[in-house]
Design a protein around this ligand. Sequence first.
Ligand code: SDX
Length: 428
Amino acid sequence: MSNKATLQYGDKTYEFPVITGTENESAIEIGKLRAQTGLITYDEGYKNTGVTQSAITFLDGELGILRYRGYNIEELAGKASFVEVMYLVLYGELPTKAQLAAFENELTMHTLVHENLVKVFEVFPSRSHPMGQLMTMLSTLSSFYPESLNPNIKPEETNLTIIRLLAKMPTICAMIQKKGKGHPILYPQNKYDYVTNFLYMTFGNVSEEYVADPVIVDAMNKLLILHADHEQNCSAATVRIVGSSHANLYASIAAGVAALWGPRHGGANQEVLEMLEDIRDNYNGDVEKVVQEVKDRKRMLMGFGHRVYKNFDPRAKIIKVACDNILAKLGVNDPLLDIAKKLEQAALNDPFFVERKLYPNVDFYSGIIYKALGFPTQMFTVLFALGRLPGWISQWKEMRERKEDIGRPRQVYTGPTERPFVNIEDRK
Ligand code: SDX
């Protein structure tokens, strides 16, 4: 097939190169379109626009395939630890034993946050949303490392910033949960691995010895792996575009957290649980009634639908199975899981959802596991952010290494054409 695309406009014909990726995805490169034709492309919501060439994550929305650096998500979730996946996503290869040990050691050495950051944290009102706190804490981190804000410094310095962010994230997330409970914060313990340390700081208690439950550690690793990256989603695209102005990494990541917070993106995991509770409490578990309300456009089915997956989200499949296993292992019998399964079945059998190719996404079942593990609902999106951090950083790093231009979309202007200024006395 030709590696050129032809555009006919007016009485002229133009040719544009077609680029093809390693999985045979092809794209028309239109960088010179405006210069040659006077036209721009119009694609609201970037539904059909490739903004970069990326080697991090591959997903096929029709076949339900997701791979980080070539490795299938099913294998990674079943066989790797979150720290191994962090390394893979960031540096491109699975670590050897020695590389993993060195990486874990680096992370362990940077888990503490400055005591003045703890003071900043103390002033949040007790009811402030955890995602607002997270966003603020991550951007505030920049104040403590003014020497490393310039992203054009040496790669070793940038790597130190990356390690600092990854290492401090669990500490900050755990502090947010402790604050919500009114409990004293716990400092990280070097004897624990990354995930266990997070669970200790979150669920441990100053007055007692903490004993990690392997079922919970395993579940947490799996959930974090499933969230680690997802190519050019809303928050990753935000991180890349903010970083493209050469803003520092802390600011770029804080912007990603802001994008993730929205209920159409990561915020959906909180909304799913609230929706299931609503069905339990106010609909007596009647899922058919809720499906009818969705079809009548009175509400959306949170945790359903995806911009790219038009068959199924492979992460949702893994989480659904994990949900059954984890609840059984923990001896939790949650009626919300039954409601979720009934709701899924009712939706999957209904032409409204079938025609629109709406399937459960990563957020549909994750909240039920988080709840079983003991996390409050408002923390769910923070957990998504904890998992997604290596992905955001990798996207930022790749964008910097590719020396990408500043992100700057164009528009089709639809406002008033030129008109004369009207003095205030003459305005009607
Ligand atoms: C994430 O992009 C990523 O990769 C994101 C993510 C990641 O890992 O980073 O996978 C994480 O954000 C998962 C998505 C979480 N959000 C939700 O669960 C919220 C509910 N879902 C929808 O808001 C929606 O499905 C989106 C935002 C996820 C996707 O939107 P699209 O692709 O732009 O689809 P659309 O809005 O154009 O909808 C197409 C049709 C519309 O109906 P019609 O106007 O054609 O009749 O489907 C309907 C929509 O109204 N629709 C839904 C629906 N989702 C879409 N109707 C009811 N309930 C829904 N959830």
